[in-house]
Design a protein around this ligand. Sequence first.
Ligand code: ATP
Length: 231
Amino acid sequence: MALDIKDVTKRFGAFTAVDHLNLTVPEKEIFGLLGANGAGKTTTFRMLLGLIDQTEGQISWKGEKINYDTSHLIGYLPEERGLYPKLTVKDQLLYLGRLRGMKKTEIIQEMENWLTRFKVPEYKNKKVEELSKGNQQKIQFIAAVIHNPQLLILDEPFSGLDPVNVELLKEAVVDLKEKGTTILFSSHRMEHVEELCEHLCILHKGKPVVAGSLKEVKRSFGKKNVFIDAE
Ligand code: ATP
């Protein structure tokens, strides 16, 4: 297994946000983490990225503990968008690409490929604040994948997007998987997970309620009283 989460718990004071989570994400697969607001999805991702420490348990990527040295292997699209509104798209991506040790020419090449693919090549000289929410999300996605990470973590990537942009991002996710990227993404919506994932886990109040292949989860999903919010 590529990503191994073993008996991981996160407490904030007396509150348990993630409760004994066990997950294994196979390599080169799209894995879905489904759950309502406050289920513990973002907290799980933040532990995976080493942004916060787990209270208990272990997390490893291909047998190695994830830490600062392995962070270049991971790409992350946060739920709360993290772009600088006053920077141009090009300067934004140059800045983020350099943080990941890329050369300027590589960053420009990747940026141009992705902007063309997303049908917005002219955006490279626009400031982030001039773009619509959907277009900012595309830039945020490019920022997450520009260094060709082995593991891509997408926190609610389709949230608040119009159907055309949802389709563009979904196609990009499937292509990355076909090229060998392991992808873990969260959603409130079963239909996104159903369309993209081979395996998934439903989190409820920090606990995994059901996990397994799409078929297995769908079979037990109807029998459990799990509430997934509408967006
Ligand atoms: P959402 O879709 O709303 O982001 P989520 O499944 O990502 O939901 P988390 O953001 O992981 O949920 O939050 C899980 C729980 O942990 C929530 O009740 C949240 O208030 C709590 N929580 C998250 N971070 C902290 C923190 N730093 N201190 C205290 N409680 C926290």
